[in-house]
Design a protein around this ligand. Structure first.
Ligand SMILES: CC(C)(COP(=O)(O)OP(=O)(O)OC[C@H]1O[C@@H](n2cnc3c(N)ncnc32)[C@H](O)[C@@H]1OP(=O)(O)O)[C@@H](O)C(=O)NCCC(=O)NCCS
Length: 197
């Protein structure tokens, strides 16, 4: 779907000069209530040293920024096969948050392209696990699966009826099952208001 629009959309790394447009995209996509909170979070993460290294990608139609995705570093505090971990600590992991596409341009494949490009960048950098708290109808198409049943605790408790929104994707073999524990994210994301899907 959206072949004509998709053909003129370019993806690239986000830059400091994009920040105002990144804020706008999240505000518009998430609406008047959630939008300002998510936009503030996106900008705060871009400046949070504890979120680094991060992968920030934007989608552009000519000079107009129409989509943004951010992946920031998390660490896993936990256990490996029942012992205090070495591998859990050394597993490189990220979290996808937030993701937005301008309302008039949604459902044309742009969000999926941003996610897939971001996952490719992370895989090339040796990232083993990617987490997301998001729509269970959207993220499984990229390979995300429920994370709690694979042994990964979210930074804040997720209500049982929303458990499927907390997901993990393995970018390399042998990590899921070998590593488990509590996911510790960047300081500005580790706030309860960001943990109800
Ligand atoms: C979610 C979002 C980023 C997807 O981007 P997009 O460019 O519209 O997505 P794509 O065109 O690549 O994929 C479209 C798919 O996303 C699904 N989708 C879009 N919004 C969705 C939502 N709120 N809940 C569940 N699925 C959703 C559509 O059902 C569609 O699936 P289909 O192809 O099976 O019909 C975009 O809709 C958006 O910005 N939404 C508002 C902000 C938001 O909810 N962000 C994500 C938080 S987890």
């Amino acid at each position: 779907m959206g072949g004509t629009v998709a053909a003129v959309i370019a993806l690239r790394a986000g830059r400091a000069a994009d920040e105002a447009a990144i804020r706008e995209v999240h505000q518009d996509a998430f609406g008047p209530v959630e939008g300002p909170v998510v936009a503030d979070l996106a900008l705060a993460l871009l400046h949070d040293p504890s979120a680094r290294p991060l992968t920030s990608l934007v989608a552009c139609r000519a000079a107009e920024l129409i989509g943004h995705v951010l992946f920031t570093r998390v660490r896993i505090e936990g256990q490996t096969s029942g012992q205090t971990s070495g591998p859990a600590r050394s597993t490189v992991a990220s979290i996808l948050a937030p993701l937005a596409v301008r309302p008039g341009l949604q459902r044309q494949g742009i969000g999926s392209r941003l996610v897939r490009r971001g996952l490719a960048v992370l895989a090339a950098e040796g990232c083993g696990l990617v987490f997301v708290l998001g729509h269970p109808g959207f993220y499984p198409r990229f390979g995300f699966r429920p994370a709690a049943e694979r042994g990964f605790l979210a930074p804040y408790p997720i209500a049982p009826e929303q458990a499927e929104a907390w997901m993990v994707l393995a970018l390399c073999d042998g990590v899921v099952g070998a590593v488990a524990g509590s996911v510790v994210c960047a300081d500005c994301l580790r706030q309860p208001q960001h943990w109800s899907p």
